[in-house]
Design a protein around this ligand. Structure first.
Ligand SMILES: NC(=O)c1ccc[n+]([C@@H]2O[C@H](COP(=O)([O-])OP(=O)(O)OC[C@H]3O[C@@H](n4cnc5c(N)ncnc54)[C@H](OP(=O)(O)O)[C@@H]3O)[C@@H](O)[C@H]2O)c1
Length: 241
């Protein structure tokens, strides 16, 4: 039976690399973004041609429509990778209610809704695997107030959902990343250089380095890993500054 994987926000950078890697591993991957043509192109370019769905993850009713589509077309879901993110660089002093709401809806609420709808499909099919893309850091982040808050929520969501869903053989884990490929929200390097002295490894990460860990976590080699938040950050989180 064909295994189905959904990657939220999968037309660029990390999400696109995850989609390509899972496709190479034999999954039928569902590509998602706010732009239909781009999603269609990426789905067609995968090693195994995938499906695509246009939606805005900030809108709860559009997420429902995505899962109605998955239920009707495939009747199952084996892997969910929650990857989509919105960020606006501002401090708590600059963060108005609109930015707060958009960040929480796009990042935190979409991870919750997708996880819940995915789990409902997975539990009827003997299990599955959910991977949340987040940050591993246990520190604050200046001028990233709403974004960082949403990621903190995702980390505890990972732990709680992992406990709720383990009895159904649905394994929930997370990957904590930093400085990977292009900055969140940009399709180019936007001044980011490959060498980076703040990262212990001395360079930023490649999206494929995250994708390989996703492929491992959802594979039969990771069947006893539940509720882990694995850092894939070149050592950034353990560095003192
Ligand atoms: N890049 C980094 O250095 C870095 C560091 C730490 C953590 N992360 C995390 O890694 C994940 C991926 O980051 P990234 O840098 O690869 O992101 P990105 O390049 O900005 O890609 C975002 C993807 O999500 C889609 N998207 C954005 N908003 C959407 C929305 N409201 N509805 C539907 N699709 C939407 C985009 O397509 P459209 O624009 O066409 O909708 C695109 O496919 C995020 O969770 C991020 O927080 C990244």
């Amino acid at each position: 039976m064909e295994r189905i994987a959904l990657v939220t926000g999968s037309t660029s950078n990390v999400g696109k690399a995850i989609a390509e890697t899972l496709s190479r591993e034999g999954y039928h991957v569902i590509i998602t973004s706010r732009h239909e043509e781009e999603a269609k192109e990426v789905a067609a370019s995968l090693p195994r041609t995938g499906s695509f769905f246009r939606l805005d993850f900030a809108k709860a009713e559009e997420i429902k429509a995505l899962f109605d589509f998955i239920g009707e077309k495939f009747g199952r879901l084996d892997v969910l990778v929650n990857n989509v993110a919105y960020t606006k660089n501002e401090s708590i002093l600059d963060c108005d209610l609109e930015t707060w709401q958009l960040t929480i809806d796009t990042n935190l609420r979409s991870y919750y809704l997708c996880s819940r709808y995915a789990a409902l499909l997975m539990k009827d099919n003997g299990g599955g695997s959910i991977v949340n893309i987040t940050v591993a850091s246990t520190r604050g982040n200046k001028n990233k107030f709403s974004y960082r808050t949403s990621k903190g929520g995702i980390n505890f969501m990972t732990l709680s959902a992992a406990l709720d869903l383990a009895p159904y053989n649905i394994r929930v884990n997370a990957i904590g990343i930093s400085h990977t490929g292009t900055p969140v929200g940009y399709r180019d390097y936007h001044g980011r250089s490959y060498e980076n002295k703040k990262v212990p490894l001395g360079r930023i990460g490649n999206p494929e380095e995250v994708a390989d860990v996703v492929a491992f976590l959802v594979s039969d080699k990771a069947t006893y890993i539940v509720g882990a938040i694995i850092p894939v950050d070149g050592g950034s989180n353990i560095a003192s500054s």
